[in-house]
Ligand binder design. Sequence first.
Ligand SMILES: NC(=O)c1ccc[n+]([C@@H]2O[C@H](COP(=O)([O-])OP(=O)(O)OC[C@H]3O[C@@H](n4cnc5c(N)ncnc54)[C@H](OP(=O)(O)O)[C@@H]3O)[C@@H](O)[C@H]2O)c1
Length: 330
Amino acid sequence: MSERVLRWGLLSTAHINRSVIPPLRQSSRNELVAVASREKDRARSYAQKWEIPHSYGSYEELLADPTIDVIYNSLPNGLHSEWTIKALQAGKHVLCEKPIAVTTAQVDAMAAAAQKAGKYLTEAFMYRHHPQTLKVKQLVKDGSIGKLRLVRGSFTFQIAKEEDIRLSSALDGGSIWDVGCYPISYARFIAGAEPEEVFGWQVTSQSGVDETFTGQMRFPGGVYAQFDSGFRSPFRTYIEIVGSEGMIIILKPFKPDDQGSFLLNRGDTVETITTESQMLYLGEVEDIADAILSGKAPRISLSDSRANVTTIVALLQSAREGKPVVLPKL
Ligand SMILES: NC(=O)c1ccc[n+]([C@@H]2O[C@H](COP(=O)([O-])OP(=O)(O)OC[C@H]3O[C@@H](n4cnc5c(N)ncnc54)[C@H](OP(=O)(O)O)[C@@H]3O)[C@@H](O)[C@H]2O)c1
């Protein structure tokens, strides 16, 4: 029996689209058919360059195309909520870039719109779908490093252009939203719980967004997490997971190579674990296709995304106020 092929539209000509276009082309259940830009000419030349059949000179026109099933929302952070809701109201499923939104009220409004429309909405945290991440989680869950004590992680890079959307407060830039969201998401995933209390420090830019953020999270049961994110240090990513009997070190936790690899250290032995090969951004595309075509719940639920946003909002509040913030129990 031939399966239905989902027709995708790109909401903007964002740089990140180039990571999602190859998996859309690799997947037999998905097809990239349109791109929209604020500028008609930009949409047209982008469509030509990437061999996309249709282009639209406004986001509204893309959403009005009745043949589109799924929208990939790759707009700046501050526009995720508004345009995801518009896409859902237009009857589209949405894969929305991280961070899904920048307030819990926005996430709630997006979830309500998805429910009302009867459409799927999920956050594009691609690392969560990769076999490397799933293997790390399984090992921790199976007790391979004993009782979980600490998760530590970083994501920094040197920002190249001062006009980057990441440095704009109007577009909800800042390093914690842009890259800090990864080690925070990773720690919550590994802890399998939400933090009870957080503390953060930040170095802010002239526009007021954080250029460097350092934070701590206290989880139930004596589990702690520490992370840093930033735009003014060299490219660095890592996650260290410490248990009572060993540790796991992952050098490419957020952007693993197709074949994942990490270290498992127990006693005197250090083992390199490699995982099955998968194109990094394929998982998120197949995951939402599974949801739409088979009714399988997306791997990243909206309550999971909401909890990540809640944690980041609390960390930013802590950094502003210079004191720990206790999170409300969910
Ligand atoms: N998952 C990942 O690996 C990953 C990696 C990078 C980025 N991201 C996320 O993807 C999103 C986009 O990031 P990016 O680096 O790809 O951004 P980008 O290249 O700056 O693209 C953003 C796009 O948004 C549109 N846009 C609409 N209003 C805008 C405004 N006022 N200012 C600037 N652009 C505006 C523009 O498209 P048009 O002019 O064509 O309308 C622009 O090309 C962010 O939310 C980011 O967090 C995710």
